[in-house]
Design a protein around this ligand. Structure first.
Ligand SMILES: Cc1cc2nc3c(=O)[nH]c(=O)nc-3n(C[C@H](O)[C@H](O)[C@H](O)COP(=O)(O)OP(=O)(O)OC[C@H]3O[C@@H](n4cnc5c(N)ncnc54)[C@H](O)[C@@H]3O)c2cc1C
Length: 540
């Protein structure tokens, strides 16, 4: 009985601690300093590659709730963060060196953990008694990526995150844009548009088609679409196109070396394929009618609300690698965005991750090979805390599997359970790594009025349900049975107590390689809470 963990980042370190705390010997393989990555600077485990913040630390904040749940599950990452905390208002920020040093020393000193500094180039064999956790992060080494692709399928492994620019709503010129969903497929509107066949094409020199409400469609268009549309005339489009192909972009120069997915090509790469490529891609005007002309524009850029407050809008499908100065200049050529202020510029950055819903069960086991677990950013979550949280659950489950005990996941009413559920059950067709949000936690049947009160009520229920889950046989087995969680740990704190809802559980037999995970496909997502992107995918 032993567990091998590949990658000593936030997820791998937490997984090692959890598994060893359950009494299972762990070998943790970390390739640094033998082989570095483009962003890590030291040989320490759990190095924070960028910001030193673990974000909000209050219970009216989803990541604050996730952290509290992790504390209650004995998280090493949370203990090390507390011990290296620096002043940061309502956020939990740390002295990054002290944080990583604490994690490194704690793991090195654990009698059941061996840290081996070695690059693992292929996923090793695994079995129920000797599970393997892969937690190699967004910068998974090339050799291991090839091995991963062979296991999960090339189509389910991604190498880049494509991020569209976001503008401040107040800075959009509303006199030039119009609100509408394509074909009026808005949540609020029922009417559809159809081409106006009564129009004489010889009198229409714009090359565009006039649209009119389709009387066969039900309901009435109330004019409230979900998108703000920036219409472009032919002249405007051509000027924009010229500026785009001349703009300085990291992508176009390196394009041959990069492996982008056709579905999320940077706009400048599309533009280099021909003048009309964008008009058939993210700037397609079909299904949109400009109320000022009564016509479909020559081209259009769609802006979608990006946050609940409605003060941020993203440019749909406008991922780009154009240098930021040029990016602002070129994007301000779009009608309506002349004075736009950018909250975030578009980016395409390296991020190795799997299509979670296709590949993983909610226990972080690979569906096709349950003795193999993925955790951290490469499993399809986003962020330090989320990566560590997935490692926590993967570590507990791998330990349970090794000991012949049932694997389990806390209920979807908890943040950690909701994250596991999102990764394993979101819509695989549009899968994107996600931070924890209250939106993916199962909705309250009766929610108090007001966002803050609602969030606090969700947190209260989550913590109560986590405690109930911990007290149930499967939670107890997973969390502490036969474990060696010390009553007093290296930081002088006391170990979490175990006590008592829901959650998912699978017998050890069902969880091993003999059988596929059964999952929770019978649990329908709450429609008012999760939106289109979360759907139940039957386990194979
Ligand atoms: C540039 C960048 C900046 C980011 N900034 C933030 C931020 O500010 N805030 C935030 O919340 N999130 C941020 N993230 C996202 C993410 O939260 C972090 O990348 C986080 O470190 C992920 O944790 P992890 O454990 O999955 O991966 P990592 O922490 O990267 O750990 C993976 C480990 O695996 C090792 N490894 C890789 N391949 C092998 C191999 N073949 N054999 C052995 N070891 C291997 C690596 O050396 C590394 O130590 C950022 C990501 C990137 C790429």
């Amino acid at each position: 009985m032993a567990i091998r963990i590949i990658g000593g980042g936030l997820a791998g370190s937490e997984a090692a601690w959890q598994a060893a705390s359950c009494g299972v010997p762990v070998t943790l393989y970390e390739m640094r300093p033998v082989r570095g990555t483009a962003v890590h600077k030291s040989d320490r485990l759990a190095e924070l590659v960028c910001s030193n913040s673990f974000r909000g630390d209050k219970l009216d904040n989803a990541v604050g709730l996730l952290k509290e749940e992790m504390r209650r599950l004995g998280s090493l990452v949370m203990r090390a963060a507390e011990a290296s905390r620096v002043p940061a208002g309502a956020a939990l920020a740390v002295d990054r060196e002290r944080f990583a040093e604490i994690v490194t020393q704690t793991l090195a000193a654990h009698p059941l953990i061996s840290v081996v500094r070695e690059e693992i180039a292929a996923i090793p064999d695994s079995s129920s008694h000797a599970p393997v956790i892969v937690a190699t992060g967004p910068l998974t080494s090339d050799a291991l990526s090839a091995s991963l692709a062979a296991i999960v399928g090339q189509a389910h492994l991604y190498f880049y995150d494509a991020i569209s620019p976001i503008v401040l709503a107040d800075t959009i010129d509303r006199s030039k844009v119009f609100r509408q969903s394509r074909w009026d497929r808005s949540l609020r509107t029922k009417a559809r548009l159809k081409p106006d066949t009564t129009e004489d094409p010889t009198t229409n020199d714009s090359g565009s088609v006039r649209l009119q409400p389709d009387p066969l469609s039900c309901g009435i268009d109330d004019g409230e679409g979900d998108y703000l549309n920036c219409p472009l005339t032919r002249d405007e489009y051509e000027a924009f196109y010229r500026a785009l192909v001349e703009a300085e972009s990291a992508t176009v120069h390196d394009f041959d070396k990069e492996r982008f997915f056709e579905g999320c090509l940077p706009i400048e790469v599309m533009a280099h394929r021909g003048p009309d490529t964008l008009r058939f891609g993210p700037m397609k005007p079909v299904g949109l009618i400009d109320p000022r002309t009564g016509r479909e524009p020559y081209a259009a850029v769609q802006l979608r609300q990006d946050n609940l407050a409605g003060d941020h809008f993203s440019l749909v499908g406008f991922q780009t690698q154009i240098k930021w100065g040029d990016q602002a200049r070129v994007l301000r050529m779009i009608p309506g965005l002349e004075a736009a202020e950018f909250v975030r510029f578009g980016m395409v950055h390296r991020n190795t991750y799997v299509n979670g819903p296709t590949v993983l069960a909610e226990t972080w086991q690979v569906r096709s090979r349950p003795s193999l677990f993925f955790a951290g950013q490469m499993s399809g979550v986003e962020g330090y805390v989320e990566s560590a949280a997935s490692g926590l659950l993967a570590g507990l489950n791998a330990a349970a599997l090794a000991k012949g005990e049932p694997v389990s996941s806390p209920p979807r009413t908890t943040a950690i359970g909701a994250l596991a559920y999102y990764v394993s059950h979101a819509n695989p067709a549009h899968y994107e790594p996600s931070n924890i949000t209250f939106g993916i936690i199962q909705a309250l049947e009766k929610a108090p009025r007001g966002k803050k009160l609602r969030n606090l009520a969700l947190s209260e229920r989550a913590l109560a349900d986590l405690e109930s889950w911990k007290a149930r046989p499967e939670g107890r087995a997973l969390h502490a049975s036969g474990g060696t969680v010390p009553s007093t740990d290296a930081f002088g704190g006391t170990a979490p107590s175990t006590d008592a809802s829901g959650g998912t559980v699978r017998s050890a037999d069902a969880a091993g390689d003999a059988q596929q995970p059964s999952g929770v496909a019978d649990e329908a997502p709450h429609p008012s809470n999760v939106g289109d992107d979360l759907q139940v995918v039957p386990n194979t």
